[in-house]
Design a protein around this ligand. Structure first.
Ligand code: AMP
Ligand code: ZN
Length: 466
């Protein structure tokens, strides 16, 4: 669509909603931090990948060709962000009694299955950390040459004090952090310094590589810097991850780029806020719900996608089964109306302008959905409603094409009416039976008698309005 409200996005670096402009015309380089594949992704992780997908669809909708890159963290960064504690891959390997390499492949596969169930488009480039060790070593070498590194007994570290504005993204209070954590530094010069390369140490390790500093494995942050540069260059358009990445992971990626190239890596830094369960943090090792748990409870995975769309990505979303139930009902209602609308309509200009304006204003999905429901209730013809909602669906990704009748959940009150009808038919009250059939029809469903029982199906509507 021409002359719609231009895309604006919130940039965490500037802390402001800014008009989006790409570095190269009509092209966008997008890097989204990928999963650590030592366990299943939980629905919190998946909220972030739904955001990436929404962003990508919105960019494509605005006419950009998106070069979408995602890494797979298949080399174990350490359990704590402070470069101490256990290695996640080795831990996963011990827990499941398989090699670290097999664990990584297995959970990577599971991750892509989940993305598929949620109708999330696969990134154009998926790159594994273990396939890019050379690039990471090269990056560390460059930082060493520029004097940003030092060695301790357990690894090569980045000296964050060498940068004037380390931690700008997170507006870190370095002095406060430094004062609060005197004991934990050990050999680190500053509390915010982080590992670029770790030595193997005494523990036996499955994943290790030779390097100029000795046998070991790369730090986590260098992985994204090295692969983003390889596929997108030293300064690209958008870098995205969950809110937890602001203070450590992304601050450190920026530090590495500033040290090596004097750039802050990406024009836009975007962060998805967390999904919580019972107002608590979700964690892979802790309180967690998986997509397979939803499927087991007979929820359509796309009901979760709908639920994610009901909240803005820059606010936390508290997951409850009740809210998923609500999302599932809303999606079913949407499918039902779509099933009843005839083909052959055209996209309604006014509603589509409103809808795009909401999404283009920092991906305001709750308000975009409100526009959609306003359209459903409007005087617009049923055929035009269908065409317009299918147009919206390019962004929503709710698979609203080719809906099958059995994907529509029949509302409880309609089922109650049908049950009541069975009763009156037993009493041979045919008048009451016909009356109930009409009431059910008014709600948009046809009831058909079977022996025994009945079947309810959504009906196509001939009239223009719902
Ligand atoms: P991980 O596999 O732990 O490296 O995380 C993959 C992505 O999920 C990262 O972008 C995280 O920031 C994000 N993430 C982790 N926990 C949550 C959560 N509870 N809600 C939303 N995103 C999350
Ligand atoms: Zn990353």
């Amino acid at each position: 669509m021409s002359n719609h409200y231009p895309l604006h996005l919130f940039d965490s670096y500037r802390r402001d909603i800014v008009k989006f402009e790409s570095i190269e015309p009509e092209k966008v380089g997008l890097y989204a931090c990928g999963p650590t594949v030592y366990d299943f992704a939980h629905i919190g992780n998946l909220r972030t990948y739904l955001l990436v997908d929404l962003l990508r669809r919105t960019l494509e909708f605005n006419g950009y060709q998106v070069n979408h890159v995602m890494n797979i963290t298949d080399v174990g960064h350490l359990v704590s962000d402070a470069d101490s504690g256990e290695d996640k891959m080795e831990k996963g390997s011990r827990k499941r009694k398989q090699s670290a390499w097999d664990i990584a492949l297995y959970f990577e596969e599971c991750f892509f299955k989940d993305l598929n169930l949620l109708n999330i488009k696969t990134p154009g480039i998926v790159c594994r950390a273990t396939d890019h060790i050379d690039e990471q070593i090269e990056f560390v070498k460059a930082l060493e040459e520029k004097g940003f590194t030092y060695e301790t007994s357990d690894g090569v570290y980045f000296d964050t004090a060498k940068l004037d504005d380390y931690g700008h993204l997170a507006r870190l209070d370095i002095q406060g952090l430094q004062a609060g954590a005197r004991v934990e530094f050990k050999e680190k010069r500053n509390i915010t310094d982080f590992a670029l390369w770790k030595f193997c140490g005494d523990e036996p390790r499955q994943m290790k590589w030779q390097s100029p500093w000795g046998e070991g494995f790369p730090g986590w942050h260098i992985e994204c810097s090295a692969m983003a540069e390889r596929y997108l260059g030293t300064m690209f358009d958008i870098h995205l991850g969950g809110e937890d990445h602001i203070a450590v992971h992304h601050s450190n990626e920026i530090a590495q780029s500033q040290a090596r190239y004097k750039t802050h890596m990406a024009n836009f830094w975007m962060h998805g806020y967390f999904l919580q369960i019972d107002k608590q943090k979700v964690a892979k090792s802790g309180k967690s719900i998986l997509l397979s748990d939803l499927v087991e409870k007979k929820f359509d995975p796309l009901a979760y996608r709908y639920l994610a769309l009901t909240s803005h990505y820059r606010s936390r979303l508290n997951f409850t089964w009740q809210s998923l139930e609500g999302a599932s009902r809303a999606l079913s209602r949407l499918r039902r109306v779509m099933l009843t609308y005839p083909d052959g309509g055209k996209v309604d200009e006014s509603y589509s302008r409103q809808f795009v304006a909401k999404l283009n204003h920092d991906l305001n999905t709750p308000e975009a959905l409100a526009v959609l429901w306003k359209l459903v209730q409007s005087q617009v013809s049923a055929a035009d409603k269908k065409a317009t909602i299918l147009y919206f669906n390019q962004l929503l990704g709710l698979n609203l094409h080719n809906i099958k009748a059995d994907e529509v959940i029949i509302p409880d009150d309609v089922i109650r009416l049908a049950e009541q009808r069975i009763l009156v038919r037993k009493n041979q009250d045919w008048q009451a039976s016909d009356r109930l059939r009409d009431v059910i029809l008014e709600q948009g469903y046809a009831v058909e008698d079977l022996k025994p029982g009945y079947r309810i199906t959504p009906v196509k509507m001939d009239q223009d309005n719902e």
